[in-house]
Design a protein around this ligand. Sequence first.
Ligand code: GRF
Length: 195
Amino acid sequence: MATLKLGVLGSGKGSNFRAIADAIARGELNADVCIVISDVADAGILSLARERRIPSAHIPPGHFKTKLEPEQEQQLTDMLRSAGVELVVLAGYMRMVKSPLLDAFPHRIINIHPSLLPAFPGLGAWKQAIDARASCSGCTVHYVDGGMDTGEIIAQSTVPVHLDDTPEMLHARIQDAEHKLYPVVIAKLAAQFSR
Ligand code: GRF
């Protein structure tokens, strides 16, 4: 089975990237992270990539808060293409993905979101779950389309919400579930793509 080439995009601490890289190192995921790209210069995900000697880059986002400027989106697309990326993995990437990136990787961009979509899309999903007094929440891996957490759902994992949970406690429980789910889903996609 051919090794699936991943490009990982993130804006934060990179714990999902670490879970993916660790699964690859343990031989549980037949993939290779070719490049890690962030819109945040001092994001933890970039330090983790450097520690692992994985090529990494910072693309300054420009003026918009929730997406890249078209020129930067093109630069991002070019970088992913020239790294030979076959699957784009969003791991805490805080920008909406637009064209040309969406068009360059049709059905080849995935995201992980900290709720059971379609419930609680957008920011602070774990806080939304607590505010709504949900009895369970979890995480969702989905294909990325032009909307906010609206793409086709690939897989979900459920966690309980306890009565005395703080948002931080629930977020930590959801992140544990994310770290298990994301590498497994990518491994399944890698097997599908090489068929
Ligand atoms: C995760 O909770 C993910 O669901 C959301 O952003 C967070 C990223 O965390 N999209 P990390 O940077 O992978 O630690």
